[in-house]
Design a protein around this ligand. Structure first.
Ligand code: ADP
Ligand code: ADP
Length: 232
């Protein structure tokens, strides 16, 4: 489903460079929840941002569903990107748009009809349990509710993959658990492949099928969660 081959990312030029990833290889299967864990500065953000080419790798290949993304012309890349949803640590919602409009936003950029968008947004509001909050603004919601909006928005274009960039790091433990349960539910219901990065072992142990440990821009260990870490 997702294959990263010899991925290298070097930031900067000349004498001021930082190598975030060096020759990293990773293979993620359709329908699995794959976790990447590592300390700050290990290269997690860079890795996940390379999967949708939010960050362009310096070298190497990014395969998603049989297509190598780094070689695609811009038009086709945009198309592919729509099938890769992403959620963020700080939610990245539009503060001056309602919850409804935040979720509708990716669909407003397409030629989808008003009726189609309305049905889709209502379905997503129900899925994440925010029907009563549709006309509120992000500032009126709790962190967990904001992340639910982020998830609904990411699902609006029926993605094949959901990328989660430290998606629960700004949340308290209880809220973290409810968001993780929602992600697990979505994974099972839609057979959606989920890739998440985190520095928290708990996140990996509660929902991931497989895990990779990243250190210094490379994968130092990977496998089934139960093999790599003993369950508590
Ligand atoms: P993590 O998400 O694990 O904290 P990052 O991918 O953010 O790791 O960073 C990996 C390395 O790349 C770090 O040394 C970081 O300082 C560096 N880095 C990340 N983004 C940039 C950038 N935009 N410019 C320069 N260096 C960067
Ligand atoms: P996190 O661990 O949450 O990823 P970071 O501090 O590693 O936080 O990175 C936060 C943002 O800053 C990222 O978008 C990353 O690309 C950028 N960044 C990280 N390190 C550097 C750096 N040395 N120079 C410029 N930008 C950086």
């Amino acid at each position: 489903m997702i294959e990263l081959k010899s991925l290298t990312k070097v930031y900067g030029k000349g004498s001021k460079t930082a190598t975030a990833l060096s020759g990293l290889n990773l293979s993620i299967k359709k329908g699995e929840i794959f976790g990447v864990i590592g300390h700050s500065g290990a290269g997690k953000s860079t890795l996940i941002r390379c999967i949708n080419l939010l960050e362009r790798p310096t070298e190497g290949e990014v395969w998603v569903d049989g297509v190598e993304l780094t070689q695609l012309p811009e038009g086709q890349l945009q198309e592919k990107r729509r099938k890769i949803g992403m959620i963020f640590q700080h939610f990245n919602l539009l503060s001056s748009a309602t919850i409804y409009e935040n979720i509708a936003f990716p669909l407003r950029l397409t030629r989808a009809s008003k009726k189609f968008i309305d049905n889709k947004v209502k379905e997503l509001l129900a899925l994440v349990g925010l029907e009563e909050h549709r006309d509120k603004y992000p500032a009126q919601l709790s962190g967990g509710q904001k992340q639910r909006v982020g998830i609904a928005r990411a699902l609006a274009s029926d993605p094949d993959v959901l990328l989660c960039d430290e998606a629960t790091s700004a949340l308290d433990p209880q809220t973290t658990d409810s968001i993780l349960r929602l992600l697990l539910d979505i994974n099972k219901r839609f057979n959606l492949t989920i890739v998440l990065i985190t520095h928290e072992m708990h996140v990996i142990q509660s929902i991931c099928d497989r895990v990779a440990v990243i250190h210094g821009g490379g994968i130092v260990e990977q496998g089934e969660v139960t093999e790599v870490f003993l369950k508590p």
